[in-house]
Ligand binder design. Sequence first.
Ligand code: YCP
Ligand code: CO
Length: 296
Amino acid sequence: MYAYSIGLIPSRVIDAAAADALLLEPHGYTSAYKEYSAGGWATAPLWVNPGDRPGEEVHEHEDAAQPIESARGLRDINGLISSYFDTSRLRSARLFRASNGAIILPHRDYLEHRYGFTRIHIPLITNATEARNSEDNWCFHMRRGEVWYLEARRVHSGGVTGSALRVHLVLDFVHTTEPADAVIGSLESAGDPLIIDRPELPPKLVPSYQALAPFINAAAWRDVFHILARVHLRYNVGAADVYDWLEGIAADSGEDRDFLLQDIDRMRRYYLSEGPTVTATFDSRWDGELKQNPVL
Ligand code: YCP
Ligand code: CO
């Protein structure tokens, strides 16, 4: 696994930052990255490129990030960031929130960027049994207060398998930053990472959905994707396997078979190889190709 825990922030610091995070519920969250999320996942911008409008997706820039208006009062989150991290290299700070079965769909990051970032996650609120992340065939839990470097260029996903609330502080540093150099404060030493040993995939699970294929049309496609994308966080399969299962379902599907076969190709490009800047979204294809009775 390429992701690793660099160390631990003391729990009193995390407690205070977690209380700050709850002040942003729900108005601080935006609809950015909806195409990447299933269920109630959302992101709240905290520090951005000076002059940027908050709520935009992250982008590469030269200047150190600064708190946006709505984040200036979050003294404990801002204090955590400034005392433990090199803010001169910081390009964005955000919260990622998930609850009630929400996940980020398996994807690779930085496809839309020239270099990408050095990305660090710090769980502020989490749940030891329900909050999970994946990288390729690995599944792990980031404990509260752990400072994790994530290799977001690998196929990965994350979220909650149950109703629990999970809020991560996510810091993006300029890509030349070694993960250890992003940290300036002294961390408590990292324990062993909590790798989750998942049970084997029940043999009937994928065939059960495959058996539904003749009844799957474009209207059901995104829901099937979201259901199958969650499977790898519970069972011992890879983060990218969902795309193979969907290809099998598209091949046996009924009225929208051609559209769905093209769509699995689009999905692989969107989430895994070419990225969102050059790849159409599901809705834009659906609007453009399947619409039969345009409203005049
Ligand atoms: C990002 N990538 O690069 C986003 C977060 C999932 C996709 C959500 O910040
Ligand atoms: Co990601």
